[in-house]
Design a protein around this ligand. Sequence first.
Ligand code: NAD
Length: 355
Amino acid sequence: STPSKRILVTGGAGFIGSAVARHLINDTEHSVLVLDKLTYAGNLDSLQPIVSHSRYSFVQADILDAATMREVFASYRPDIVMHLAAESHVDRSIDGPGEFIQTNVVGTYTLLQAALAHWQGLSGQDKEAFRFHHISTDEVFGSLGREGYFTESTAYDPRSPYSASKAASDHLVRAWHHTFGLPVVVSNCSNNYGPYHFPEKLIPLVILNALEGKPLPVYGDGSNVRDWLYVEDHARALALIALTGQVGESYNVGGHNEKTNLEVVQAICTILDEVAPDAKIGARQNLITFVRDRPGHDQRYAIDPAKIGRDLGWAPQETFETGLAKTVRWYLENRPWWERIRSGVYRGERLGQVA
Ligand code: NAD
């Protein structure tokens, strides 16, 4: 068995980061320090299931704060960094790209510098075993036509301010490996969905609007294709990559679940009509409302996950159907988590959609 490691999870109060922290605490012997600025997207309620565990700790900090980053490395002395802190919503990157350049590009640079200084001070086995795992997106590869898949060797071709900022951060991470020797590993994942997903993204937005009989916004004609991955499958993949991935390599993570946006929305309507019928609302398909397309909307993303299956033995446990049913059930059973968000921070903002 692997000895217990200290893992620093940046962005650990976010959607995927909190799934990683819950997985590491609940299913492994490793220790976790969640570092998060707690922006609108960060939510300590998502860490509530592990908050009293002795192997879990939390620090509120901004990855742009170099002095604090150095202090965190000096005091926690992580064996592994899993870097998920980012601005993550494409629509917000169109309305205001500045924050994305700051956090995703300059923030990753700042964290890399702190990690490098820490790593350079290590020796022997500790230095050998240290890992900086950068978590990224398949959106860095651009948009696909009907055919083909993104592999680890697909050329970068980002098209939105969000994906361009993530591509820049991926390049910085690889440069810190090639130039300074920092032991890094990178992963690029398709669209995640599941419990604790902030209700500005397509799936939770549609679940909650459909539940309440509100319009279900679909961009353009709804034909854009995304490759969906259940967040807990992703969290297991990320832990495997951080702990056993090859230094300098990158891994694509996906579940071979390509769906058009319209198919996703219809599937949610069908599930809700069955598990939460409401005579006043009627058939929820009728709530679907087509809205003006997002500028530069990528047509199709699809991941070839063969490498992580072959090299690290990962496979998803959920199909889109089982994962979506679990997700809908979670939103029905965890009203306080999303009611707090819907009633406050998010109300009044325009209806966003998924990356
Ligand atoms: P999220 O927006 O839910 O969470 C991001 C977290 O980072 C939040 O808790 C936020 O408070 C924190 N954060 C933001 N700026 C920070 C800063 N300056 N300092 C410290 N913390 C800060 O995002 P997510 O969906 O969980 O995505 C996590 C990572 O995975 C991101 O890097 C994203 O690019 C990547 N990713 C996401 C998806 C997806 O479908 N959600 C797919 C592929 C890759």
